[in-house]
Design a protein around this ligand. Structure first.
Ligand code: URA
Length: 210
């Protein structure tokens, strides 16, 4: 087991993920389940967020109460499926900054090509959480993290719903400083790069496209 990998085995995640894997689950339910699992994964990935204290007055007395410290964290969604996890994370951290990275796979080279990038300022000072439901080959997330590091990001985590062993191996080799939080580790990738048993194409399942 990689030290960088946190496989969250909470029964609620496993139950909801089973419903998501079922090919008969409609898009609206699929999106809602993804949002709910995002809440549970957010709890895990933000466990070590730094806190400070602030003096407040309860109805009974003054106290130094804990609050989040430092610059607002940034959630970076890899388009388009990342947006499903993003929504749930924003439920819990509504003041987070949000970045987007769009990547497509070049048919000839099979390498990810970036077509969109929008990030907040001061990336080097922010705790950065990259989100994409599926860690398959790892090519997109590796390219996304390369880009974030070029923009100064240093403290980076990655959250996904499902990971393939191939993707975990590739990501941990390329970015050994990036911790991974996942809801499941599946068997393998098929010849088309799909996770098996998986849940199909996460973007298509979320948005009803094919
Ligand atoms: N992306 C998906 O949406 N599904 C997979 O199985 C692999 C990559």
């Amino acid at each position: 087991m990689h030290e960088q990998l946190n496989h969250v085995k909470h029964p609620l995640i496993q139950h909801k993920l089973t419903l998501m894997r079922d090919k008969n689950t409609p898009s609206a339910v699929f999106r809602q389940l993804l949002r709910e699992i995002a809440h549970l994964l957010t709890y895990e990935v933000l466990r070590d967020l730094p806190t400070t204290t602030k003096e407040i007055e309860t109805p009974l007395e003054k106290m130094d109460a804990p609050i989040l410290a430092g610059k607002k964290l940034v959630l970076v969604s890899i388009l388009r499926a990342g947006n499903g996890l993003l929504e749930g994370m924003l439920d819990l951290v509504p003041s987070a900054r949000v970045g987007f990275i769009g990547l497509y796979r070049d048919h000839e080279t099979l390498k990810p090509v970036q077509y969109y990038l929008k990030l907040p300022e001061a990336m080097s000072e922010r705790y950065c959480v990259v989100v994409d439901p599926m860690l398959a080959t790892g090519n997109s997330v590796i390219a996304a993290i390369d880009q974030l590091k070029e923009n100064g990001a240093r403290n980076i985590r990655f959250v996904c719903l499902l990971a393939a062993p191939e993707g975990i191996k590739a990501l941990t080799a390329a970015h050994p400083d990036v911790d991974i939080v996942t809801g499941a580790v599946d068997s393998h990738l098929n010849e088309n790069g799909y996770i098996v048993p998986g849940l199909g194409d996460a973007g298509d399942r979320m948005f009803g496209t094919k």
